[in-house]
Design a protein around this ligand. Sequence first.
Ligand code: UT7
Length: 331
Amino acid sequence: MVRNPVIVGTGSYVPENVVTNCDLEERVDTSDEWIRTRSGICERRFCSDDKSASDLAVPAGRAALEDAGISPDAIDLVIVPTATPDMAFPSTACALQDRLGISSAAAFDISAACSGFIYGLSLAHSQIKAGVVENVLVVASELYSRVLNWEDRTTCVLFGDGAAGVVVSNQPDSPTNGFDSLYIKADGENRNILTLPAGGSAVPLTPESVEKNEHMLAMDGRAVYRIAVRKMKSSALRALNRADMGPDEIDWVICHQANTRIIESVRKRLDMPKEKMIINLDKYGNTSAASIGIALDEARREGKIRAGDKVMMVAFGGGLTWGAAIVNLPG
Ligand code: UT7
């Protein structure tokens, strides 16, 4: 029987604490108007100081399991895409596995920054296709509030905290394919334009690296913007090509929620009607690997995305990494 990975459940979690652009005006030299017009962001959520990535991943993962109607025991692989893990190791995925009572699974984190959700889906898909596992829990979880450099006003106003999960299961009897296409790619040559330099083996945490804020997020916004527009467009076209589909066959597009100007540019290139674009970065800012999953889950729970809809997801992030997926949500 043909193995058929399908997204059978979604879940997400954002912290309650809302931080508006006006709140940020009190912390850095910025304005609500600048942030809105340059990025489309109005507010974001920040965790309290006692929380970590796994604390956000637990409710998101639990919601995805409940939505899928699957017991934790049935999960045989846990993948956590994150750029802000609890710690270097053990993985946040191992903490999540333990805390959700997933008794017999492999677990690991993946590092693909904002493209992590698409990379995670791609891994889940291929592990199921290969016959290695039956049910995978992918939960992207990010706490960028921990790594924002408040002396870099161009970058610190863009990010927020949140987590989002999906359960991907083998459904050979499903009448449709769970995935029409997947595409992931990277360009390590440009890895230095979006980075968290210190804290690893290259630049260990020392009083000097901390003093220079090297343990905080650093981004060349303009350079990232230029490449993001190009690569998100080409990823979407590649995914459509691989599925032998036209843009008119897609019901919804979810781009990585980084900047409304980037999303608008991708939309125009695909000649996609505005109504098909799912956008929520006004409320949450850029939640990196979690952004696509939060938008997917929210749109499903609002009844916007329905069973049987074809959804194209397009991502871009540090690495540089990028990719796209076209999925069918099960009926
Ligand atoms: O998830 C990872 C993917 N990341 C992204 O997709 C980010 C991509 N990049 C961007 O979204 C945009 O480049 C930014 C939103 C980061 C910046 O927008 P921009 O239009 O490229 O602004 P800029 O860096 O060219 O700065 C324009 C002006 C400068 O002033 P002058 O030199 O023109 O007088 C900055 O000093 O805006 C000033 N500025 C600010 N003003 C108020 C920079 N940051 C701020 C700020 N508030 N927070």
